[in-house]
Design a binder for this molecule. Structure first.
Ligand code: ZN
Ligand code: ZN
Ligand code: ZN
Length: 253
């Protein structure tokens, strides 16, 4: 399996429009963060988790030739806004794009992308196939995904475990029961917004505490705000097994 971090930024991305802080002015490529998404290449199967506003740019940058399905963690715009661009795969693969998400998330997609679901099949609109999921494990193209229930303030959100890899973005609480589902993962990607506490995202220290308890071989932080600080400086403060993610980072496992 090859995992590629397509984007590692919080909802506004980094740099933030109009911001003149040292992170937003940084020339380090690791301080340029598109909105969060991840690509999983498993054998000849290709999946992405979330299709945020930067989806098109990410798919082009990583040369994602084929896409078998999109899995959604939750319905926030920074995770869904790029859905229209799946049209490219509709044309090249001659089929509807399978989307996997909780019922609530799929309902929100229907509202936000009403033209896709209007029943008037205007030529060229995205074609999708909706697959509701719950907290039960499910298979897509022969690949088993284990949903991990996490809390994003009051919103229930899903993370996903595939084999020895677990991906959790927007969260600030994981129950013991769900931690058990993650335990044993060799690689974990976990959201950490900034150093200061936040109402709906893990802070840097909270994420370190979760990862220290889970003890993966390697962990990468994602959904990072410009308030986190410069990539190269923050990394120096982290335990060895935890690194900040950056856009384009590839993990083989
Ligand atoms: Zn988000
Ligand atoms: Zn800034
Ligand atoms: Zn969110």
């Amino acid at each position: 399996m090859k995992v590629t971090l397509l984007g590692t930024g919080t909802s506004q991305g980094v740099p933030v429009i109009g911001c003149n802080c040292e992170v937003c002015r940084s020339v380090d490529y690791r301080d340029k963060r598109l909105r969060v998404s991840v690509h999983l290449q498993i054998g000849d199967k290709s999946f992405i988790i979330d299709s945020g506003p930067d989806f098109r740019q990410q798919a082009l940058r990583e040369r994602i030739r084929t896409l078998d399905a999109i899995l959604f963690t939750h319905e926030h715009k920074d995770h869904t806004a790029g859905l229209d661009d799946i049209r490219a795969y509709n044309f090249s693969q001659h089929k509807d794009m399978p989307l996997y998400g909780e019922e609530r998330v799929l309902e929100q997609l229907k509202r936000e992308f009403a033209y896709i679901f209007s029943g008037i099949q205007y030529p060229g609109i995205p074609r999708v196939q909706l697959n509701p999921i719950s907290e039960e494990p499910f298979e897509v193209e022969g690949v088993k995904f284990i949903p991990i229930r996490v809390k994003h303030y009051k919103l229930p959100v899903l993370g996903f475990r595939v084999g020895d890899f677990t991906y959790i973005t927007d969260a600030n609480f994981i129950s013991e029961e769900e931690m058990d589902k993650v335990r044993g993962s060799k690689v974990i990607v976990l959201g950490a917004l900034r150093k200061e506490p936040h109402i709906s995202h893990f802070s840097l220290q909270e994420a370190i505490d979760v990862l220290t308890e889970l003890k993966p071989e390697k962990a990468y932080l994602t959904h990072i705000s410009h308030l986190m600080g410069l990539h190269r400086e923050v990394e120096q403060e982290l335990p060895d097994f935890i690194r900040l993610g950056y856009d384009g980072l590839q993990i083989e496992l």
